[in-house]
Design a protein around this ligand. Structure first.
Ligand SMILES: *Cc1c(COP(=O)(O)O)cnc(C)c1O
Length: 357
């Protein structure tokens, strides 16, 4: 082999997508492994997307995506030049790393957190710095602040955290942002913010307004149910947003995704009702599993985390035998997305049939 691959690429693990659902002996098959929305797209959104066809297929999309940018700017009362779009907020997270790091620079995040962070970091030639969660599966922000070096360029704070569902408090974030030098970009990844009902949770957008070095990541994939269309965005200081647009993949955000995003922002009231249902189901599922004797971390996202350590494979196996795919982190825990009422009931039934931990 004479081709020259980028040094370090051999250490990049392929992104592990949520498993497709297995099929149980009784034909049951439920995918609860990727934190997708259990509801089909709203009728209004489907119609708007359909109305874009066939142009959206044979024409390139608009790169400026002005209608989405303007709708988001109005929605959050921010300047349009502080918004940068991507094909999902995963792409935007990658843009941030590409725009702010040179080879050898450090990107810090809690661990365990979103699996894409170490992959995106290594692919960019930067160095991941993983700071362990505390004993309650929460961000250890003082420890993260202490881990800053002169190579640190970007810090991701995933709030609520994937896969544990835990959140940070306003006070903790205030102290953290005070401690972090303002030449480091702090990225608050709020993929699950719509599901967060904790009274003292900080708002990423408010922090963005207060600090020159804070960016927020949002996605239409989770609460808005557009995971397959691929659209997410950063709200960031304008010079950061401009840099993100420079490193973005041209035409990555399709016209269908743009139209669906605008239609979803117009249908927020309808979507809010669904979000409330998912939050109520989360409570129901957590309570039921606690009553069965499982450890359940209190979650502010659209999933629950069972920190079952060495029992993870066994518990995941019981779910799979019942046709349910969850996300198993061997030796650590099992993350189960909130599904429909039927799916959640199937989880409870599967886990009531085996010994908890
Ligand atoms: C799902 C997820 C995202 C974004 O996903 P996209 O589909 O790329 O928008 C971002 N951050 C976290 C923590 C997630 O779990």
């Amino acid at each position: 082999m004479t081709l020259h691959f980028r040094p370090g690429l051999e250490r990049v693990a392929a992104y592990r997508a949520g498993k497709p659902a297995p099929v149980s002996a009784t034909g049951q098959s439920y995918k609860l492994s990727s934190n997708e929305n259990p509801y089909p797209p709203l009728e209004s959104v489907q119609q708007r997307v359909a109305a874009c066809l066939p142009d959206a297929i044979y024409r390139y999309p608009s790169i400026a995506a002005q209608p989405v940018v303007d709708a988001l700017a109005a929605r959050f009362a921010v300047s349009p030049d502080s918004i940068a779009l991507g094909a999902g907020s995963v792409e935007v997270a990658g843009q941030i790393i590409h725009a702010l790091t040179a080879p050898g620079d450090e990107v810090m995040f809690a661990w365990r957190s979103f699996e894409a962070y170490p992959i995106l970091t290594r692919v960019a030639g930067a160095v991941p710095v993983e700071v362990p969660l505390d004993a309650d599966a929460r961000h250890d922000l003082p420890r993260m602040a202490a881990a800053v070096t002169d190579r640190t360029r970007v810090i991701f704070v995933c709030n609520p955290n994937n896969p544990t569902g835990t959140v940070i408090t306003q006070r903790e974030l205030d102290d953290f942002l005070t401690a972090i030098p303002d030449n480091i970009l702090v990225v608050i990844d709020e993929a699950y913010v719509h599901f967060d009902t904790a009274a003292d949770s900080p708002s990423g957008i408010e922090e963005f307004r207060k600090h020159q070095n804070v960016a927020v990541l949002h996605t239409f994939s989770k609460a808005y149910g557009l995971a397959g269309l691929r659209i997410g965005y950063a709200i960031a200081p304008p010079e950061v947003a401009e840099a993100l647009r420079k490193v973005s993949v041209p035409f990555a955000v399709t016209a269908l995704a743009q139209e669906a995003a605008v239609a979803s922002l117009e249908a927020e009231t309808e979507l809010d009702a669904r979000i409330s249902d998912i939050i109520a189901s989360r409570q129901h599922l957590a309570d039921a599993l606690l009553a069965l004797g499982y450890p359940v971390i209190s979650s502010q996202a659209n999933f629950v985390w069972l920190p079952v350590g060495p029992e993870s494979d066994r518990i995941n196996g019981a779910l799979e035998a019942n046709g349910i795919s969850a996300r198993c982190f061997a030796g650590e825990g099992v993350r189960i997305s909130i599904g429909s009422a039927t799916e959640n009931a199937a989880v409870i039934e599967a886990l009531s049939a085996i010994q908890p931990v």
